[in-house]
Design a protein around this ligand. Sequence first.
Ligand SMILES: [Zn+2]
Length: 680
Amino acid sequence: MTIDLGTHPLTRWTGPFDLPAFGSVQDQDFEPVFEAALRAHEAEIEAIAGNSETPTIANTLQALELSGDALDRASAVFWMLAGAHTNERIQGVERAISPRMARHFSAISMNPRLFSRIDDLFNRRDELDLDPETRRVLEKTWRRYVRSGAKLGDEDKAALAKINEELASLGASFGQNVLADESSWVMFLDAGDLDGLPDFLKAAMAEAASSRGEAGRYAVTLSRSIYEPFTTFSERRDLREKAFRAFTMRGQNGGATDNSEVVRRTLELRAEKARLLGYESYAALKLEETMAKTPAAVQALLEPVWQKALEKAAVDQEGLEAIASGEGHNHPIAAWDWRHYAEKLRAQRFAFDEAELKPYLQLENVIAACFDVATKLFGIGFREQKGVTAWHPDVRTFAVLDGDGTQRGTFLADYFNRPTKRSGAWMSALQSGYKMDGGSKPIIYNVMNFARPPEGEAALLSLDEARTLFHEFGHALHGLLTDVTWPSVAGTAVSRDFVELPSQLYEHWLTVPQVLEKHARHRQTGEPMPQALIEKMEAAKTFNAGFATVEFTSSALIDMAYHQLSKAPEDPLAFEADTLEALDMPEAIAMRHRTPHFQHVFAGDGYSAGYYSYMWSEVLDADAFAAFEETGDPFDPETAAKLREFIYSAGGTQEPETLYTAFRGRMPSADAMMAKRGIA
Ligand SMILES: [Zn+2]
């Protein structure tokens, strides 16, 4: 089969809003299209590297940025499907293409003729009279090549390329193994097993059972939207324990989907890669280009937080034990009891039940609230376009409009859980927004895993889920509002510990009084959330903060511990257990992500030595929202204009510290974050 990249639906997008014509995308096309696109990209690189003219920004840096368009397009569609709507065929392609891509990109970053041109430009950067953005792109590109091995000798280059290839394969297997364990486990229950469960959960479990061919029964699945409320509300300790064990053993069940060896080998190869590149540890290599810069700076953030969180959790645990013994249970609080008794303690202390909020948090209204906040802050609008075929019938398409009505980008959203989707919530781009060479408009998407409501009923969210929706939409805005020239610094192409600022900051607007008043309306009566309920919600905001902080920080500390080793552990799971013991991890709390399913860290390289980033960004977001509070107006126009200019539109055009300081006038301390978490 010959592939014409100029007309193929994967590489030339002809759908509405310049989307791919998803209806014409065939799974069997990916491999041949990738092959053709890789060869086309190789030819482009060869032309740049082999150019006999003196290197210029146009013939080298710009040519490089604009190369690989067909490969970018096919990849964007492919990785979207691999995450949001996969199948066996796509998983097969993923295993085959991951090492192939790694080989391809290693060859580019270690191409000596190409690097000598970049190096030449870099050495002449002071004479080239560059605008600040171009200069920064040049410097970043040069550093990226050096950090990818461009200066190594031939033997080390070959060794590094092999490592990259194997790491890519391991990352693909890791993610597929977790998905296999998640989608294969289900616990069917009958009406007699539902003690304590609220109606919304029973409905979601009935829907999950019927979609698995067990109509009339109730299914506990490992989707967070079902697992967490089930272990919170179920009075059946035996069933809570069963669900808890399945959830925390994902990726560690023996057999073909067990991730223990994948993790061991990944850590071994990462340590070897760091050594080849001349770094003390993989964490040192990864952190060099972040705000934190060194492992020591990360530890300096996490360690005091950890001590405070342990103290807070110990106090909370006593409260839970009192409730349990009041019910006549004299067992110690186990990890499958914590959520359950915490919910009861909250109800007792604040007369507040999380489930009371749900009728006010209809998915439709939370989406409208997200859009409304963006309109108030940034003057942009959203118009749903019905009838657009995307990758699944659930996917919704919105035109994103500037104040004058012109379309600035496209937003797609895929909200409901299904067995073909990996767990979690994320934002990504099919296409990023930039101005170079005629420009490109951003096409951004959000993927969530909310439980699907029964036919004809409104989907209701928990407060956490509504926050997640705001969070991912904050990332989407970072992509949609981008205003840069160079593709490589567009949107979310910023340091990992800065990228959670636009998302976590956006969460703050969910509970702003005007937003609740307008959008948190009861699904039957249309009444706004009663003031008394809002007050209880506010009062309970930092309740259980010790638990949440221990859960998160233990995962961040384990991630850092693995990647600061100069030699990888023989048995990573024993290392996890020993490290937790040395940290005094409470037995009654589990890590938010245990090693065998820690996708941030092992399903690819995105957040390895980087899970701390959420907390690093939280230091910024707590302080950034205070900039609005200090004006007395959560939508203060002047502050919003600065926020747009320096945070949401600026991409990676400047150092994050420079951008943040331009917005706020100074850098923050960690105090506001600890106060916000309720552990100060
Ligand atoms: Zn995020």
